[in-house]
Design a protein around this ligand. Structure first.
Ligand code: FES
Ligand code: MG
Length: 583
């Protein structure tokens, strides 16, 4: 017998004809008919994230048309609606505030309206986790449609990747090698078309993660936004979600612990963004799966880098797609026994079945597991008296940095210079009185979820201009904020708990010596306990007041980055669409 969809509770309730009439008439006012709405066909939501405010996802204004056609052809009724915009590069004080807000809004839409299944249109960094988190909370059939990266950027005969070009060009600007005009030209050249960041930044990482989790059709993540295959993928996705509605293939059947462990290995192999850590943990926790710090070490650390994409490597999104994209990466990981191929996916088949035969056809771009670009590409997890949890992305560490700090040993001691937020950093970084040299550790605090608020991408601090002019392009950095996924900075970041929550960073002072032991996974300030206690009595550094109602609400609900900075109170609502709200 055909399923009775939850939308029938709106459109087919003989006891409450008054309500049914009210629900129906306004959908009909733009041309839908009673026959369609009362047909018993599934109503498929298209969660539209594209808008003029989210340029990275703007391609979805077009892809949604093909999604609709796919839904129609498969016997569903499409209903498109907006998702709260999230534009990573523009939202002040940080787009991190919007992930939980978009999550919250999408949960309310999917719970409160007659929607039976949903297509999640993803792209810019947080648009993927926000919607996947919501899909788990409501537990309606859901499928991810990525928007895809921009075309490759070229400038002066070189590939220039979004974000990464900024971090590199600002070092040249500070060193006096380029002027402001050249800086802007290089930045614009990195963004030549519709699409999200074309580097392996947070956007490409999170879309790859969605595919590795089994939430999108195989090959979806990497297709560049302007390619014809993108529109074809949109059509196929629209068709498939209708079948998923009939099969009741809900996220809780796909988002198992095994799926998340597969994603950890995938993030390592692609040289993925450090933002992958809080977002994956957030998606896992909303799916009822706990990921421990040890899981990153056990399932990710020893996985080699096999994708040659900026910032860890050389190339950009177009070549990654042509080489085989995410299925080709998963093929390598499966062959090496690093992922579980038996996990279910949105196709109704296993991950292994989805990717069969889709091996890399370009070993310069996607290397074989046995001959990687680098060993041990997974995040290094650290702890110590400065924090309980922090990560380091070692795959981006330059040869020069390795020589300066890691030659012969994985432990080093350095003098800390501490900044309270990014304004303080910008005001003082070039002050000679700080005595910053090539052995200094730059520390930034007041950048976590509570302090900023939202947690800021500020830990990838560049050295003072004087050092840049001498060719010292990076110093070790440490902070309770995040850093852009497109950054190649050797940073210890996402430190939890943050200074504003009484984490050890709050008690660090400029001039203190910090010992970092990468082999032991330790990071400690060499300050006597009694002195730490004395400083702690002074209390943590102050944070700015909330500027909007949401900032205040965000602060009262958010956890730390080690726990994904989710709204802790929201976790208990998983499966909320199992009940339909009253009339
Ligand atoms: Fe939106 Fe990078 S800024 S994808
Ligand atoms: Mg970012």
């Amino acid at each position: 017998m055909a399923r009775r969809f939850r939308s029938r509770d709106w459109f087919d309730d003989p006891e409450r004809l008054d309500m049914v009439a009210i629900y129906l008439e306004r959908f009909m006012n733009y041309g839908l008919t009673l026959g369609e709405l009362a047909s018993g066909k599934p109503i498929i939501g298209i969660a539209q994230t594209g808008s003029d405010l989210t340029p990275c996802n703007r391609v979805h204004l077009e892809t949604a048309k093909r999604v609709r056609e796919g839904i129609r052809d498969a016997g569903g009724i499409p209903i498109e609606f907006p998702v709260h915009p999230i534009f990573e590069n523009c939202r002040r004080p940080t787009a991190a505030l919007d992930r939980n807000l978009a999550y919250l809004g999408l949960v309310e839409i999917l719970h409160g309206y007659p929607i039976d299944a949903v297509v999640l249109t993803t792209g810019c960094d947080k648009t993927t986790p926000a919607q996947v988190m919501a899909a788990s909370t409501v537990d309606l059939p859901a499928i991810v449609l990525s928007g895809g990266p921009m075309l490759d950027g070229w400038h002066g005969g070189e590939l220039v990747g979004s974000g990464t070009v900024i971090w590199r060009a600002r070092r040249k600007l500070a060193a006096g090698e380029i002027d402001a005009q050249e800086f802007l030209e290089a930045a614009a050249a990195s963004a030549p078309s519709l699409g999200h960041c074309n580097t392996m930044g947070t956007a490409s990482t999170m879309n790859a993660v969605a595919e590795a989790l089994g939430l999108s059709l195989p090959g979806c993540a990497a297709i560049p936004a302007p390619y014809r295959e993108r529109a074809q993928m949109a059509y196929a996705t629209g068709r498939r979600i209708v079948e998923m509605a009939h099969e009741d293939l809900v996220p809780s059947k796909i988002l198992t612990r095994r799926a998340f462990l597969n994603a950890i290995a995938t993030i390592a192999a692609i040289g993925g963004s450090t933002n992958g850590q809080p977002h994956l943990v957030a998606m896992a926790r909303h799916a009822g799966v706990e990921l421990a710090p040890e899981d990153w070490m056990e399932y990710g650390r020893d996985v080699p880098l096999i994708v040659n994409m900026q910032p860890a490597g050389l190339y950009l999104g177009e070549r990654f797609h042509r080489a085989g994209g995410v299925p080709a990466v998963l093929c390598e990981l499966l062959r090496a026994g690093r992922i579980d191929g038996q996990v279910p996916t949105v196709t109704g088949r296993t991950l292994a079945e989805n990717i069969e035969g889709r091996v890399s056809n370009d070993r310069e771009m996607i290397a074989a597991y046995e001959t990687p670009l680098q060993e041990q590409a997974g995040f290094l997890v650290l702890r110590g008296n400065l924090f309980d949890f922090a990560i380091m992305k070692t795959s981006v560490i330059s040869e020069d940095f390795r020589k300066r700090f890691l030659a012969g040993t994985e432990a080093f001691e350095c003098r800390a210079v501490v900044f309270d937020g990014s304004d303080d950093y910008h005001a003082r970084i070039n002050d000679p009185a700080l005595g910053i040299d090539e052995r200094t550790l730059l520390v930034i605090r007041g950048a976590g979820p509570l302090a900023w608020p939202g947690s800021a991408e500020v830990v990838n601090m560049q050295p003072p201009d004087a050092l840049l002019k001498r060719g010292i392009t990076s110093l070790p950095t440490l902070g309770d904020g995040r850093q852009s996924g497109t950054s190649d900075s050797p940073s210890i970041l996402n430190a939890s708990p943050e200074s504003a929550a009484g984490g050890g960073l709050a008690w660090l002072r400029t001039g203190d010596i910090v010992r970092i032991d990468l082999a032991a996974g330790r990071c400690d300030m060499l300050v006597p306990e009694s002195e730490i206690a004395r400083r702690a009595a002074e209390g943590p550094p102050p944070v700015p007041a909330s500027a909007t109602p949401w900032q205040e609400l965000y602060r009262t609900t958010v956890g730390q980055l080690d726990g994904g900075a989710v709204m802790e109170m929201a976790l208990k609502y998983r499966g909320v669409c199992g009940t339909t709200p009253r009339h």
